[in-house]
Design a binder for this molecule. Structure first.
Ligand code: PLP
Length: 317
C-alpha cells in the first residue's frame, strides 16, 4: 500500500526513502543491485537529511537561536536543503555559491527565499567535471570570516559537522531494515564524505565483511580522496576521518561521459529521473557486483533528482 500518511510539515517527508532493485540495468549480472531513492526527499536530495540534523543539533546545543542567520558554502544540494529547512524554521539564510553552478540550482535556492552570494572559483574549473568539496573551498573561507565577525551567524560547516554523518547513519539503518544483513558492498560518491562515512559506520558494525566503495569524479584536481590536502579550518573534516579511519576499501574514479551515459540509462530504462552522480554510483555498483560474482548484493544511493541538470550535465558531488 502506498504511503497515505497525513503529515504536519514537509520536514516529516525527509528520509525513510524506498529502496529499489535495478532489474533492467542489473539484468544478466547474477547479482542484485539495489538503489536507495534519495531523490525522493522533499527538496530533491539526500542533503535534506543533513540540513535537518545539522539545524536541529545546533538548536539543541544553543549554537543556533531565533534571529540568527544560517550560512553555508555549497555547490547546490546542501544549499537547496538548508534553504528549504531553514525557511520552515524561520531563519534568514545566506548561501555562498560557486559562479559556475547550474541556473536551476540558483533559482531553487532563491525561490526558497535564501540570499545567494556568488563566489569566483577561477577559470580553470569551467566546463569540467567539478568536485563539491573543491569548488566550495573559496566560499568556505568567506563563511569562516563572516562567522568570526558576527556572533549571530551560524555556519553549518557540512564538511566537518558530525551531524552530517550522523544523519547518514539513519540512512544506513534504513538500508539494514530494508535488506537485512545480506549486503556485500555499499557504493557512494564522495563530496563531503558524510554519506559514505555515516552509512559505513552502521554497516561495518553489523556486517564486518561489507566492502565500502568510494566514487569520485575523475577530473577533480584538489580536495579529493586520492589527492588530499588540508587547509586549516576549511578542508579536512569528514574526508580526513574517512582516510584516517581506513573506512574505504576501494576508490573508483568515474568520468563525466561515463556518469552521464549511465544517468540516461537510469532515466530511460528504470524510469528514475535522477542526477548525474546517481549514474556514477550505479555504474560503479554494477562493476563491483560483477567482480563480486554470483549472488552478491550491492547497494548504492541515488543522491538527487535530475531536474537540476537540464542546462548543464556534469558529474558533481
Ligand atoms: C549530487 C550529489 N551526489 C553526491 C554527493 C556526495 O555526498 P556527500 O557530501 O555526503 O559525500 C553530493 C554532495 O553534495 C551531491 O550533491
Amino acid at each position: 500500500m502506498k504511503d497515505l500518511r497525513i503529515i504536519q510539515s514537509p520536514l516529516d517527508l525527509i528520509g525513510r526513502t524506498p529502496i529499489k532493485r535495478l532489474d533492467s540495468i542489473g539484468r544478466g549480472s547474477e547479482s542484485s543491485l539495489w538503489a536507495k531513492l534519495e531523490n525522493l526527499n522533499p527538496s530533491g536530495s539526500l542533503k535534506d537529511r543533513i540540513a535537518l540534523q545539522m539545524i536541529e543539533d545546533a538548536e539543541k546545543n544553543g549554537d543556533l537561536k531565533e534571529g540568527y542567520t544560517i550560512i553555508e558554502s555549497s555547490s547546490g544540494n546542501t544549499a537547496i536543503a538548508l534553504s528549504f529547512v531553514g525557511a520552515l524554521k524561520g531563519y534568514k539564510r545566506i548561501i555562498f555559491m560557486p559562479k559556475i553552478m547550474a541556473r536551476e540550482k540558483v533559482e531553487m535556492i532563491k525561490r526558497y527565499g535564501a540570499e545567494i552570494r556568488m563566489v569566483d572559483v577561477g577559470e580553470d574549473v569551467k566546463d569540467r567535471s567539478v568536485h563539491g568539496s573543491y569548488v566550495e573551498v573559496p566560499g568556505r573561507i568567506m563563511c569562516q570570516r563572516m562567522a568570526e565577525e558576527n556572533p549571530q551567524v551560524w555556519w553549518a560547516r557540512q564538511f566537518s559537522n558530525p551531524a552530517n554523518y550522523r544523519a547518514h547513519m539513519k540512512l544506513g539503518e534504513e538500508i539494514l531494515a530494508q535488506l537485512g544483513n545480506q549486503i556485500d558492498a555499499f557504493v557512494a560518491s564522495v563530496g563531503t564524505g558524510g554519506t559514505l562515512l555515516g552509512v559505513a559506520k552502521v554497516l561495518k558494525e553489523k556486517i564486518p565483511r561489507v566492502k565500502i566503495i568510494a566514487v569520485e569524479p575523475a577530473d577533480c584536481p584538489y580536495v579529493t580522496l586520492t589527492n588530499f590536502k588540508i587547509i586549516e579550518g576549511v578542508t579536512g573534516g569528514l574526508l580526513k576521518e574517512i582516510l584516517d579511519g581506513k573506512v574505504v576499501d576501494k576508490i573508483v574514479k568515474v568520468t563525466d561521459p561515463e556518469a552521464i551515459e549511465m544517468n540516461h540509462r537510469l532515466i530511460q530504462e528504470e524510469g528514475l529521473f535522477v542526477g548525474i552522480s546517481s549514474g556514477a554510483n550505479v555504474l560503479t555498483a554494477l562493476n563491483i557486483a560483477r567482480d563480486m560474482g554470483k549472488g552478491s548484493q550491492v547497494v548504492t544511493v541515488l543522491p538527487d533528482r535530475g531536474d537540476r541538470y537540464i542546462t548543464s550535465e556534469h558529474y558533481v558531488t
